[in-house]
Structure formats: structure tokens, C-alpha cells
Design a protein around this ligand. Structure first.
Ligand SMILES: [Zn+2]
Length: 466
């Protein structure tokens, strides 16, 4: 029997251990997609206690707690920070085989050096011990990032964001590059005319120009896109159920824009036309700037209208959808490819049913211009776990080229999520090591080890060009 989560955690062979310890473990981290608060990095936040840094905002933990019958008061409600932690500690033993069990103990181990298992009997001491450490300078937001050898972090930002925190971080001379990511979801949310119009007004203020037509709307977005570029942004990101790429004419889109600006709602077909046009024009901006566009596809969000009304979005009531993926993606990419204007692209899917479809689709549009131009993104959200990552790596290996993969990201809101890179690296090395042991890959550690280093670090560095 192996020890629980020791140095050889998830590494099932000598070859896997050699790859991990010799090539993966010490590589720096490029976290090219996350949801960290730039403000907390700018102020180098010191967290008051373990609940504030670990539980606040963590909808993965809340889902598990709710599943254990724990009242909402202890998840998002008004219970004290310690009461919330205690309820989480009571939940952890019930998360065996869920990634939360591994993440929890990896995160206690690094950065806190706590090797005890979290459960009701250890709750108090672990809370006190970790909270005491959080009071020290070594555990400020920036110092935690330093301790994980983070080199670059890309946050997720709205086009109307002033990026004031990014400016502060840069001006402070913080050696870890904290760059914005362009996420223009709200510029496409035309289901609610009131909210859309308020957004357009804010965009107009941010860009310092009037917006009376669709052309001016695009101009304003373009000027914000230019500003993001100046601020070091090299990626865009879109959260979509599926790609949308119905036919449209500029005239049609202009009329649709005028209609919604007059406060009128749009019929379903017009919304699809508008979003299709927006995705196309935004893709052109990304191409012109040499950015990487990311598409997070397939989430069915806000399933509980009762909880949406009570807590708002992103509180753990989203799941996996079953949208049509193939045809709209090929229409979208084909148009851009035909015009010679397809940006580097990363596709992430949430329904594991779509794994092979997505990696095969990506392969259609590699054009020999950039190594790994069309990427099949790492296991995301519900697939960001051992089984999901293995399946992603296997689908990519079988239908694409694993060697060109830009690797892992945290996609997290927490400064304690960097061990997810370590989790990924162990899984990657275990897959390759197992192949070596089976005689399916040559036992050439220079060859396989350099591929490991590429996937952990060098591919991302080259691909994104930060
Ligand atoms: Zn994300």
C-alpha cells in the first residue's frame, strides 16, 4: 500500500517518478487563465483567516456542503468564519474520491506545510495554525504567488474595466506579470435590453466616445481592445453555451442594434444574429493583434432560478449542457480561415461527450503558421479532475499532438489553487511514465522529459508571447 499523498502521489511507476521529479516539478507556472481579483494582488492582501482565503467565493466547496445537507447559512450566509470552516471540515471526509479531497490536502500541504487530514477533530487546530500563518508577510497574496514560482497570471476582465489595479501592480515593479484578459461577454448579452443598454452606456464612458450605431459600438470596443493590448493583454475569453455563427449582413445587425438601443426586446433569431456578428468582429480584433482567443463552451448556467434570485450567478448552480457543438464551430472557424483572419485559438469543452469532437475540430484549422495554433484546452470546471484530465490528455494524444499542448491553468478565484498545476503535472507524468513502462514510448528521458517541460511551461511561454 502506498502512503497517502506522499512524494510519489499519483505516480505509479519509476518512469513516472523520474519524469515528475526530474522534469515537471520545478518548472515555473504560467497561469494563463484565472479569476483572481487584481485588486487583491494590487493591495497585496493579507487574509484575515483561513475561511476568507479558502472558502469565500468557492462554489465547488459550497456544492459539496449543500450535498451533505449543510444549511446555506454556512456556505454563503451569515455564519461566522469559524462556523463556516467547521462545517467545511465536517464535509471533507465525505468528499473522498471527489477532487476536493485531493485539492484540500494538497493546499494544506502547500503553502502551509500542514500534513494532517482535515476533519471535525482537526478543524480547530488546522484553522488556528493556518490563520496564524496568514498573519505573516510570507502569506500575503503576492508572496503566496512567489512561493509557487508563478511567472505570469492572466486575470479575467471586462472591456469597460479601467485596469487600475493592473497599472498599480505594474508600477510597483512586481516581478510576476499580472496581465488582463479581454472577456466581452456582456457586450453580447442582448436577452435583457435594459442591462445591455446600461452596459453600452458604461462602455461609451470608458472609451470616451458616443455610441449611437453598431459601427460606433464596435469602434468603442476596438479602442478598449487597443487599451488592453497596451496593458499587456494577449488573450480574449468567451463563455458560451455553444459557438454561434449564423449568417448576417452588416445592415441587418445595425437595425438589430438600433432596435435594442431604443429599449425594445429582440426576438430569438435576432439575438443569435447579433451574437454571431459580435463573435466574428471580436475574433477579427484578436487576429489583428496576434492574440489568443479562448472559448469556454458548454455550461448550462443558473439552473436554480430560486438560488439565482437569492445569490446571483456563479454560486454553484451551474452544470454540464448538451448543446450542438460541431456545425457552428466549423462555420465560425471556416469563415475566418477563408479570409486568412483566424487568430490562435483554445477550445475548452464542459461536456466530456464532446472531447473527441473538439480536438478533431481544432485540427481542421491548423494552417502551418504557428506551432499548436489550434489548441484543445485542459480539463475545465467539472472536468478539472483526475479522470477528466486523463481523458483530455488521451483524446488530445490520440487525435492531435500532445507535444504542442500549452498545458494547465487554475481557472480559480483563490490564491491557494496553484497546487492544481502540480496535480496536472503528476497526472501527465504518470500517463507518459506508464507508456514507458509498457514499452509503448522509448525510455528516452531526454525526449520524453523535454516534452514534459514543454507542456508544463515552454509551450505556453512561446505560444502566448507575453
Ligand atoms: Zn474561467
Amino acid at each position: 500500500m502506498k502512503a497517502f499523498m506522499d512524494e510519489g502521489f499519483l505516480l505509479e511507476s519509476n518512469a513516472a517518478e523520474e519524469l515528475y521529479h526530474g522534469y515537471a516539478k520545478d518548472m515555473p507556472v504560467i497561469d494563463y487563465h484565472c479569476h483572481l481579483s487584481p485588486g487583491e494582488i494590487a493591495s497585496d492582501r493579507q487574509f484575515e483567516n483561513m475561511t476568507k482565503i479558502w472558502l469565500d467565493g468557492d462554489h465547488y466547496k459550497w456544492r459539496a456542503m449543500r450535498a451533505c445537507g449543510i444549511h446555506e447559512r454556512y456556505c454563503t450566509g451569515d455564519a461566522s468564519d469559524y462556523e463556516k470552516f467547521e462545517k467545511w471540515a465536517g464535509t471533507v471526509p465525505q468528499t473522498l474520491r471527489n477532487p476536493l479531497y485531493h485539492w484540500t490536502h494538497m493546499e494544506l500541504k502547500r503553502p502551509f506545510g500542514i500534513r494532517k487530514l482535515l476533519n471535525p477533530s482537526t478543524a480547530r487546530e488546522i484553522y488556528d495554525e493556518s490563520t496564524a500563518m496568514l498573519q505573516t508577510r510570507a502569506f500575503s497574496a503576492r508572496n503566496i504567488m512567489r512561493s509557487f514560482k508563478v511567472e505570469v497570471v492572466c486575470t479575467t476582465d471586462d472591456p469597460i474595466d479601467s485596469l487600475e489595479h493592473h497599472i498599480k501592480i505594474r508600477d510597483d515593479g512586481f516581478e510576476i506579470r499580472v496581465l488582463p484578459t479581454w472577456r466581452p461577454d456582456k457586450a453580447m448579452m442582448v436577452d435583457d435590453p435594459l442591462a445591455f443598454n446600461q452596459y453600452v452606456d458604461k462602455l461609451s464612458a470608458a472609451a470616451g466616445q458616443t455610441i449611437t450605431s453598431f459601427t460606433e459600438f464596435l469602434d468603442a470596443l476596438k479602442s478598449r481592445h487597443d487599451y488592453f493590448h497596451e496593458m499587456g493583454c494577449r488573450l480574449s475569453d468567451h463563455g458560451l453555451e455553444a459557438m454561434e455563427s449564423v449568417d448576417f449582413t452588416d445592415n441587418e445587425v445595425s437595425l438589430i442594434f438600433a432596435r435594442i438601443r431604443s429599449g425594445k426586446g429582440l426576438p430569438w433569431e435576432h439575438r443569435a444574429v447579433f451574437r454571431s456578428a459580435m463573435l466574428y468582429y471580436l475574433a477579427l480584433m484578436d487576429y489583428q493583434r496576434g492574440w489568443v482567443q479562448q472559448f469556454h463552451l458548454g455550461a448550462l448556467r443558473n439552473n436554480s432560478s430560486r438560488m439565482l434570485e437569492k445569490l446571483g450567478p456563479d454560486k454553484g448552480f451551474d452544470s454540464i449542457g448538451d448543446f450542438e457543438m460541431g456545425r457552428p464551430l466549423t462555420r465560425f472557424f471556416n469563415r475566418l480561415d477563408k479570409e486568412g483572419k483566424l487568430a490562435k485559438t483554445i477550445l475548452y469543452n464542459l461536456n466530456p461527450r464532446d472531447n473527441e469532437l473538439i480536438v478533431a475540430m481544432a485540427g481542421n484549422f491548423n494552417d502551418g503558421s504557428v506551432r499548436g495554433k489550434m489548441q484543445y484546452g485542459s480539463g475545465w470546471w467539472f472536468l478539472d479532475q483526475k479522470d477528466g484530465m486523463q481523458k483530455q490528455l488521451n483524446a488530445l494524444s490520440s487525435l492531435g499532438l500532445l507535444s504542442c499542448f500549452v498545458g494547465m491553468l487554475t481557472d480559480s478565484r483563490s490564491f491557494l489553487s496553484y497546487p492544481r498545476h502540480d496535480y496536472f503535472r503528476r497526472i501527465l507524468c504518470n500517463l507518459l511514465g506508464t507508456d514507458i513502462e509498457r514499452g509503448e514510448i522509448p525510455p528516452d528521458f531526454e525526449l520524453v522529459g523535454s516534452m514534459v517541460k514543454d507542456i508544463c511551461y515552454y509551450n505556453a511561454r512561446q505560444y502566448f508571447g507575453f
